[in-house]
Every structure is written in structure tokens, then in C-alpha cells.
Design a protein around this ligand. Structure first.
Ligand code: COA
Length: 366
């Protein structure tokens, strides 16, 4: 099968110290460590500190925890009145895009990462018609995000699982939203513009918009014994299986394994992950059917597959899945904006013109 190309595969548009994706080996390194070693062992604040400030000490993780807590507090106090209309928008990513755009000209990554968590949680509450919950600056970022969504401090296994999720998806090479952020940063524009643009890119179903659709798929399949027939019918109808396939990975996305591990951990802690067995059956059926259809193109589970299972088990609503992805990725985006700025170079790829020549009356007249 001939692979279609965006023309950019393999083109190096930046040098980065932030993360590295090896699609053949199925390896993701974030800030110098494999994602499997980080998730569940190192906090989101620690990884955000390593990415944004290049600091890896436990003491700095504590500094980041305080700084992010204060930033959430500032966002709640200063931005809530400004956010009234944005919080009323029906789509979580459209709302987040509008809410972040209102940060005006703020170049502090802490303010942006803190504000995104407060906004995303407030939107999730408002969407369910519930009163908003103020942040607790003393709490960890993951635990506080969950508390602002559910109204209750989460137990430690739940907070740990969300923290592991935030770490797992914090950065991922030159993905579409990160590239967007870097392009905007490369023009000399401000950080808020770069992050607003990145949110627009993440919103798409081929990037960060897939996990909600994965959950929809699992609900539609219903029981493990129906998985194979359901997948076969979808493929026969020419539809894509959400949560399967990746532009870079030619093996199973390593983040899928990390998140599956976290869901299993939740179950061991007595927290029900209703969709885990079903998800495994659907993944196996999809992998088998896709291999039959595309024998030369490995199409395996990507991060979104088990994101859906994990976030559902954490009682985060489907509509809030993509905004929760942005809560994590915001730290990676800010780090990339800083890194891009340090180069001082405008990103300006070229295009190949394949259009027709415009014939205008009078052409050829002497
Ligand atoms: N389900 C069914 N078929 C798929 C597929 C999927 N999830 N992913 C790719 N394919 C098929 C395509 O239809 C195409 O077949 P064709 O050549 O016969 O038309 C072939 O595999 C190659 O697809 P292509 O679009 O070139 O792959 P890509 O590198 O652009 O795909 C994704 C990457 C992520 C866009 C794609 O796998 C996809 O749409 N996945 C579902 C959405 C998703 O989970 N997104 C989250 C990504 S982290």
C-alpha cells in the first residue's frame, strides 16, 4: 500500500531538549527519561519544572507545586468574571480557546498552566449545571483539578492516576499542536497567542479530540463478544476506528501501555474501571481487523484509547476529556514556546504550487 504523505514526515523543524519520540521502537523520552519511568513515580509539577525551567530536583518540584497552586488561585480571583461568556460555550475546547485568549498578554507559563486547569474544571462543572469550586492552592495540580471538577478531594489512588495521566501526555515531540505553538512563537508573538493556537490544533479529532469518541465506540460496542462484528462493520462502512493508528508509531503507542497500567492500578485500589475488559476486547479486534486490511501498515492502539478508559474511571465527563488533555499539554506547549524563542528563528516552510495559470482577458495582446 502506498503511504500518503503530508510532505513533512521526517523533516526536522526544530532541535529540542524536551521530548523524543521513536516511532519504530515505540519509545517516548520526556525530559531525559522514558515515560514508563516517570508516570506514577514523578509528579506532574516535577515534570513541568524539568520541561519549562530545566530543573529536575525534588526541591524544585516543590517550588513548582507552590507556584502552580498560587497561579490557580490568581486565575480564580482575577479571571472568573472575564470568563463568564466563554464558560457558557457548549464545546469544551471552543470554550477553552476563548477563555485562554482572554489572558491577554501574559508570558508566564505558570499563569497559563494554572489558568487552563481552573478554566477546564469550571467549564466541566458549568456544563453539568453545578456550582463552581474554587481551587485549593495548597493541593497538587492533579488532585486540585479533580477536586474542582467533582467538588471533593480525591482519594490518593485517584489523584495519583490523574497525575500519571498528566505526566504521560505532557509532551510528545513535534505533534500538531506543539508545532502550531512553535510556529506562532517563532513570529515573535506572545505566549497566550501560541497556546490559543495550540488549543485549536488539539481540538481536532485526529489529534486530541479522539478519546471522547473512543468512549462512544465502547458504549456502542456494549459487550466484549460484540467487538469483532462491530469493528468489522465500521471498517466495511469506511469509517476509522478511533484510538487506533498513529502518524509516528509503527508499534503500540507506549503511552497506551502506561495508561492501561494505571487503570489496572485503580482497579487494584478498589476503584471500578467499568470499560477495561471491553476496551481490551475492542483493541484486540481492531488490531486484528486493521492488520488484515492494511498488512503493510501497523495500526495499533494510541494514547487516546486508554485515555478514554482512565478518565472515565476517574469520573471525568466525556465532554471534558479533550480539555483535560490540554491541562497537561499546556506545560509542554509553554516549554516549547520558550525553546523556540531562544532560537530567534522564524519557522517558514515552503509550498509547491500545483494550481492552474489564471488566464486574463487581454493575455497575448500585442
Ligand atoms: N481506522 C481505520 N483505518 C485507519 C485508521 C484507523 N484508526 N488509521 C489509519 N487508517 C487507514 C487509513 O484509512 C489509510 O487507509 P487507505 O490508505 O486505504 O486510505 C491508511 O490506514 C493510512 O492512513 P493515513 O491517514 O495515511 O495515516 P496517518 O498517519 O495520517 O494516521 C491518524 C494517523 C492518527 C490520523 C489515524 O491513524 C487516525 O485517524 N486514527 C484515528 C484517530 C485517532 O485515534 N487520533 C488520535 C491520534 S493520537
Amino acid at each position: 500500500m502506498a503511504e500518503r504523505s503530508s510532505g513533512l514526515e521526517g523533516v526536522v523543524v526544530a532541535e529540542t531538549r524536551l521530548s523524543d519520540v521513536d516511532g519504530e521502537a515505540g519509545r517516548l523520552v520526556i525530559a531525559g527519561r522514558d515515560v514508563e519511568d516517570l508516570a506514577g513515580r514523578v509528579s506532574f509539577e516535577a515534570v513541568a519544572g524539568a520541561l519549562i525551567e530545566g530543573q529536575r530536583s525534588p526541591a524544585f518540584a516543590e517550588t513548582m507545586r507552590r507556584a502552580l497552586g498560587e497561579a490557580r488561585g490568581r486565575a480564580w480571583a482575577a479571571l472568573l468574571p472575564l470568563w463568564r461568556d466563554a464558560l457558557g460555550l457548549g464545546d469544551g475546547m471552543a470554550a477553552l480557546r476563548a477563555g485562554v485568549a482572554l489572558l491577554e498578554r501574559d508570558d508566564d507559563p505558570m499563569d497559563i498552566v494554572g489558568a487552563i486547569a481552573v478554566f477546564a474544571a469550571a467549564w466541566a462543572r458549568r456544563a453539568r449545571g453545578l456550582p463552581l469550586v474554587a481551587p485549593d492552592p495548597a493541593a497538587g495540580h492533579a488532585a486540585d483539578y479533580l477536586r474542582m471538577i467533582t467538588g471533593q478531594a480525591p482519594d490518593s489512588a485517584v489523584a495519583r492516576a490523574l497525575d500519571a495521566y498528566l505526566v504521560t501526555v505532557v509532551d510528545h515531540g513535534m505533534n500538531a499542536s506543539t508545532f502550531t505553538a512553535r510556529v506562532i512563537a517563532s513570529t515573535g508573538s506572545d505566549m497566550v497567542s501560541a497556546i490559543t493556537g495550540a488549543i485549536g490544533a488539539l481540538k481536532g479529532p485526529l489529534h486530541g479530540g479522539a478519546p471522547g469518541e473512543v468512549l462512544g465506540m465502547l458504549d456502542a460496542v456494549g459487550t466484549p463478544d460484540r467487538a469483532d462484528a462491530w469493528i468489522a462493520a465500521e471498517l466495511a462502512a469506511g469509517r476509522r476506528i478511533m484510538g487506533m493508528g498513529h502518524r509516528i508509531y509503527r508499534v503500540r503507542d507506549p503511552r497506551a501501555a502506561v495508561l492501561e497500567r494505571e487503570v489496572t492500578g485503580l482497579q487494584r485500589a478498589g476503584i471500578e474501571a467499568a470499560h477495561l475488559d471491553l476496551a481490551r476486547a475492542v483493541e484486540a479486534a481492531a488490531e486484528r481487523r486493521l492488520a488484515e486490511r492494511h498488512p503493510d501498515r501497523p495500526l495499533r492502539a494510541n494514547v487516546e484509547f486508554y485515555t478514554a478508559v482512565l478518565l472515565h474511571a476517574l469520573r471525568i465527563s466525556r465532554a471534558a476529556f479533550s480539555p483535560t488533555f490540554a491541562v497537561a499539554r499546556a506545560a509542554g506547549w509553554c516549554a516549547h514556546v520558550r525553546e523556540q524563542r531562544a532560537t530567534g528563528r522564524l519557522i517558514r516552510p515552503s509550498s509547491k504550487y500545483v494550481g492552474a495559470r489564471w488566464a486574463i482577458a487581454g493575455d497575448g495582446a500585442a
